[in-house]
Design a protein around this ligand. Structure first.
Ligand SMILES: Nc1ncnc2c1ncn2[C@@H]1O[C@H](COP(=O)(O)OP(=O)(O)O)[C@@H](O)[C@H]1O
Ligand SMILES: [Mg+2]
Length: 239
């Protein structure tokens, strides 16, 4: 079942076209990689789909419903969640309280219900000692906390914007397995932005490649990674 679909999605910032005529879809249970050089429009795309910013042109549908101009909080309630590239734990709140914030805002849960829900999410993600202050958490725990906060919205579509950044290889393996498990168990459609191609190769079923806001290739990683246009975009971008 198709969860999310865009058609001709375009966003301009002054003269710059950050996302250009982007048509794509994401299905239930699918882990989709969103890759491309710095500045390709990946975060802008997630911002558009989650309603943080509005498109200049084009259309966004969630389960067949037009949500192109729906406000962000409506989309969160409908089931579109995301993490942020720059993580921002709320200081002076504990691990579990940071997760509770998600369901209090999006679902209107009572404190008690939010706590029970957050405790369940911590168990699901293997987060222990949940009353710790966030200053005491490892990077891996903070990343899991961010994911748990997004899951507190009970999403059907989840975007992860560079969640693996800053993790060592053991932690990365742990988080890859965690994301795969929650996607499978919750039948989520997951969109992942990542720079490390090993992560994309292991984690995703399919990737889309953006360059200067345009979709230049899509397909399984093994196929897309051999595409001359993709190689050129990466080598050109890195040079
Ligand atoms: N709020 C904004 N105002 C102006 N330009 C922006 C804004 N957000 C992003 N951009 C520009 O849009 C382009 C795409 O940025 P971004 O989506 O962050 O890329 P990526 O996440 O792929 O690195 C960049 O050129 C960036 O400078
Ligand atoms: Mg980005």
């Amino acid at each position: 079942m198709t969860k999310l679909r865009t058609e001709g999605l375009t966003r301009r910032f002054m003269g710059l076209v950050a996302v250009k005529d982007l048509s794509f879809q994401m299905d239930e249970g699918e882990i989709l990689g969103i890759i491309g050089p710095n500045g390709a429009g990946k975060t802008t795309f997630i911002n558009l789909v989650s309603g943080i910013i509005m498109p200049s042109e084009g259309k966004i549908e969630f389960k067949g419903k037009d949500i192109t101009y729906a406000p962000a909080h409506d989309r969160a309630r409908m089931g579109i969640a995301r993490t942020y590239q720059l993580i921002h734990p709320l200081e002076n709140l504990s691990l579990v309280e940071n997760i509770m914030v998600g369901s209090i805002f999006a679902r209107g849960h009572s404190l008690k219900a939010a706590r029970a829900n957050a405790e369940g999410l911590c168990a699901e993600l293997g987060l222990k000692d949940i009353d710790r202050d966030t200053s005491r958490l490892t990077i891996l725990e903070i990343k899991k906390m961010e994911i748990a906060r997004a899951l507190a919205n009970e999403p059907e579509v989840l975007f992860l914007d560079e969640v693996m950044a800053g993790l060592n290889s053991t932690e990365t393996k742990d988080l890859i397995a965690t994301v795969q498990r929650i996607a499978r168990e919750r039948k989520l459609a997951v969109g992942v932005v990542e720079h490390v191609m090993g992560v994309i190769r292991e984690l995703t079923h399919r990737v889309i490649v953006l360059e200067a806001g345009e979709l230049i290739a899509s397909g399984p990683y093994e196929e897309v990674s051999k595409n001359p246009r993709v190689l050129e975009a990466y080598l050109g971008g890195a040079a």
